[in-house]
Design a protein. Structure first.
Lengths: 298, 506
């Protein structure tokens, strides 16, 4: 067994040391992934730190991060391995002069030196510790998902010409999904499931303080509060954590130490990316918000 | 195989011994977990054998005293759809209710608990049925305590107050066949949380330097809303815990069972459920878009792909036996949606319009019509509006759909549609009709559908009625159905999903 972590608290602490503030759920699942040797499927809205988590885990376990970016049309030639056919062609051409028999040529051209390693095979054959990140797995077609199953459950790959390649060690495997489509049950069954949502007020404030160290506490608190209120609005795309951080930085660069409706209005485009969302936020908490209300209101 | 059942079993037995009091009264953790998984399945969650075993293994590795880790371990292994989380949460809270933070949930020692943790609240829990029981603390004091605790976000205090409030106001009696919502309503009505919120607002206004600061006002109000929501959940939790003590875990789990989001019927969805559905529809329309595009991609071949051909020829020693072709660029499908928005399908229509709106975002060419006895094109409303609520509102107020009396007349609506738009239907067009086909005994004009089918690529009918009611009374779905490529019962998301994934493969 791998035993990279001593306890859930250990995961939290070490992640915090590399500036990733994990909540109890995130730390718990990462800990279990290590103990149960199972891949983790991470879902959640864009920009809540799914990919960041994989990077942070690689960092704290001293592992190399191998990343497979998924896209529509990804095939095994790009995900697992491919024969270097140009080199093979050259070899066949060169062999012609020597009048070698077919068996020799065949065993020649289907050998190690003509094999192009792609991320999944690289992760399996790696000697050093590895964190394998399969990013945005929901982008591949359902049929391509099946390619991943063998890797995920047994951590091995079958290459017809070479046989089955089995890994030397069990890396931590993480898959991320933006949930643009439902993943197959077969894939989900093989994974632990982790849903990362927008952080609560306290965690978001801490994240801002860690990521933007120059910020003072009062401003960080205000940033977190405003972002929470914006997320509560009925908008198309709620601000992500990375956008919160960008916003905090923007405020600092512009020299604001206090947030008021004017400041919010001027910098809203950092948080929100749709014009209709910006208009709505302006109306709700920006300069266009209703006039200050006195103590008497009913 | 790494899983060793005997080992787990021993671990369970050992751990049961160390379990916090009240978690398991009889049997061991293994039994409780089995009951738990059983209930999850009964609630509709697809928990497989592998996942069940994973959960068993997972709990072996965590400290059972740590409730949060325990919960996240079970969630990570058993729940693989985010929208199933609320269902999981409910079942978990029922099964492991006694084992909660804060107030130790044994009912017998209620009074001693209150004495210890909230000295002023002495013995409020002694009379579970007695309305204004608590000696020493008046209702006003309780309200004041509540406000202070809320302002300070003192969770422990809040939990105690929740317990006291339930004892005092809910009027719970053992064996009384009333649902938890009734007790919740009674408790909350007495607590007057709106009043509390207002007082909190004025307090924070006084504490601020600039009382007229609109932004601060807004932020404070959002903050208070969150806190009060959390407190409400605590009250709910407290009521649930007492009900479980009274009725037992299994019975409680059964009464709390609710349909999963994908099984909620469109016709009877509550407002909250409708919002959930709205969020779930978007990925579905994306899937529909992908399906339609994919099909075209597979069917036709494009240009010769030289690179692929050469690469493949190596399997045959360099002889290009099998030519390979490029995939053609998928062309954009055209979709026409015709939806009934009459009274009989009103709630379905609301959903329908959301579906159309979501589709319009995915496909470049979606045209939509709504009808009752007249028909009107509403594509422009969806294109011009940024938001679904605005679009729906405009459809409802501006679309000209009433011809005579505002009772559905499919025949007339289809006829008008044919007159105006038949020429625009091409072999690229998929036509989807949504409605219950309750025609109020008008003429069906089914021949229009026949013509649409001949001209279009596909013609589908989605019916929000249960299949058993089809062709009864004034429903004429059978007359129309013979001309459709498929008629689907579509009452919940699961059925809609089946429609999306099955019907576009052929």
């Amino acid at each position: 067994m791998a035993m990279r972590f001593k306890s859930v608290a250990d995961v939290t602490e070490r992640l915090a040391a590399v500036d990733y503030l994990a909540d109890a759920n995130i730390a718990g699942v990462i800990y279990l992934a290590d103990r149960l040797e199972k891949p983790v499927l991470i879902e959640g809205p864009a920009g809540v730190g799914k990919t960041e988590l994989a990077k942070a885990v690689a960092l704290i376990t001293d592992s190399r991060l191998i990343r497979l970016q998924c896209y529509e049309g990804l095939d095994e030639g790009k995900a697992i391995y491919e024969w270097n056919y140009k080199k093979q062609l050259l070899r066949i051409q060169a062999d012609r002069e020597h009048e070698r028999d077919w068996e020799t040529v065949e065993s020649d051209i289907f050998s190690e030196q003509f094999l192009l390693e792609r991320p999944l095979l690289a992760a399996i054959r790696s000697e050093e510790p590895v964190v394998l990140l399969i990013d945005e797995v929901d982008r591949v077609e359902v049929e391509t998902e099946a390619l991943l199953l063998e890797v995920l459950s047994d951590f091995q790959v079958s290459i017809p010409e070479l046989g089955t390649v089995t890994g030397n060690q069990r890396p931590i495997v993480m898959l991320t999904s933006n949930n643009t489509r439902e993943l197959s049950e077969a894939l989900k069954r093989r994974c632990l499931f982790l849903h990362i949502d927008y952080p609560d007020l306290d965690r978001e404030r801490e994240i801002v303080r860690v990521r933007v160290p120059e910020i003072d506490d009062a401003l960080a608190e205000q940033v977190a509060q405003v972002v929470r209120s914006i997320r509560a609005l009925d908008i198309k795309k709620a601000p992500s954590i990375s956008e919160t951080i960008d916003w905090a930085r923007t405020l600092l660069y512009l020299g604001h130490t206090q947030i008021d409706p004017q400041v919010i209005t001027d910098t809203l485009h950092v948080l929100l990316k749709y014009q209709s969302d910006i208009m709505k936020a302006r109306k709700e908490i920006g300069v266009d918000s209703p006039l200050p209300i006195g103590p008497k209101r009913s | 195989m790494a899983f060793n059942s005997a080992k787990v079993f021993n671990a369970m037995n050992r751990n049961t011994f160390e379990m916090p009091p009240g978690v398991v009264t009889s049997g061991n953790l293994l039994d409780v977990l089995q009951g738990f998984v059983h209930e999850l399945r009964a609630a509709g969650l697809p928990v497989s054998m592998t996942e069940n075993l994973d959960a068993m293994r997972a709990v072996e590795y965590i400290e059972l005293e740590d409730r949060a880790s325990f919960k996240s371990a079970l969630a990570a292994t058993l729940v693989k759809h985010h929208q199933h989380w609320p269902a999981f949460d409910t079942v978990f809270e029922v099964y492991f209710a006694r084992w909660s933070p804060g107030v130790d949930g044994d009912e017998n020692s209620d009074s001693s608990n209150d004495d210890r943790e909230a000295p002023e609240g002495g013995g409020a829990g002694k009379q579970p049925g007695g309305g204004g029981g608590g000696e020493g603390v008046s209702n006003e004091d309780l309200a004041k305590m509540l406000m202070q605790a809320l302002m300070k976000s003192d969770d422990e205090m809040l939990r105690n107050i929740a317990a006291m409030a339930v004892s005092r106001f809910a009027g719970m009696e053992p064996g009384r066949p009333v649902g938890g919502t009734y007790y919740l309503y009674r408790t909350l009505r007495q607590l007057d949380l709106d009043g509390v919120a207002e007082k909190m607002m004025s307090t924070s206004r006084e504490e601020r330097d600039a009382p007229d600061d609109a932004l601060a006002e807004r932020l404070a109000s959002d903050d208070h809303k969150m806190k009060i929501k959390k407190f409400k959940e605590m009250v709910e939790e407290e009521i649930r815990r007492r009900l479980i003590a009274d009725r037992g875990v299994e019975a409680m789990a059964r009464t709390l069972r609710k349909p999963l989001p994908e099984d909620v019927e469109f016709m009877h969805a509550s407002r909250e459920e409708m919002l959930q559905l709205q969020r779930a529809i978007e990925p579905l329309t994306r899937a529909l878009a992908a399906r339609l595009a994919q099909r075209r991609k597979r069917r036709r071949r494009g240009q010769l792909d030289f690179r692929k051909t050469v690469r493949h020829s190596l399997s045959y020693g360099g002889v290009p036996l099998e030519p390979k072709f490029r995939n053609p660029r998928p062309s954009k499908p055209e979709i026409m949606v015709i939806a009934d928005i009459s009274g009989s399908v009103a709630s379905f229509a609301r959903f329908t319009l959301q579906f159309v709106y979501a589709m319009a975002g995915q496909f470049s060419k979606v045209r939509s019509w709504v009808f009752i006895d007249g028909i009107d094109e509403v594509t422009r409303f969806f294109e011009e509006s940024d938001e679904i609520t605005e679009a729906v509102q405009r459809v409802n107020s501006e679309a000209d759909v009433i011809w005579v009396d505002g009772h559905s007349d499919y025949g007339h609506a289809l006829e008008i549609f044919a007159q105006r738009h038949m020429g625009e239907i091409t072999k690229k067009t998929t036509v989807i009709i949504l409605g219950d086909a309750r025609n109020n005994y008008h003429a069906t004009q089914a021949s229009v559908l026949k013509e649409i089918r001949e001209r279009s690529r596909k013609l589908f009918w989605l019916n929000p009625e249960p299949r058993g009611y089809w062709n009864t009374g004034d429903s004429v779905v059978g007359d129309y159905g013979i001309y459709c490529d498929g008629v689907f019962e579509c009452r919940n998301l699961r059925q809609l999903e089946t429609f999306v994934s099955s019907s576009f493969d052929a």
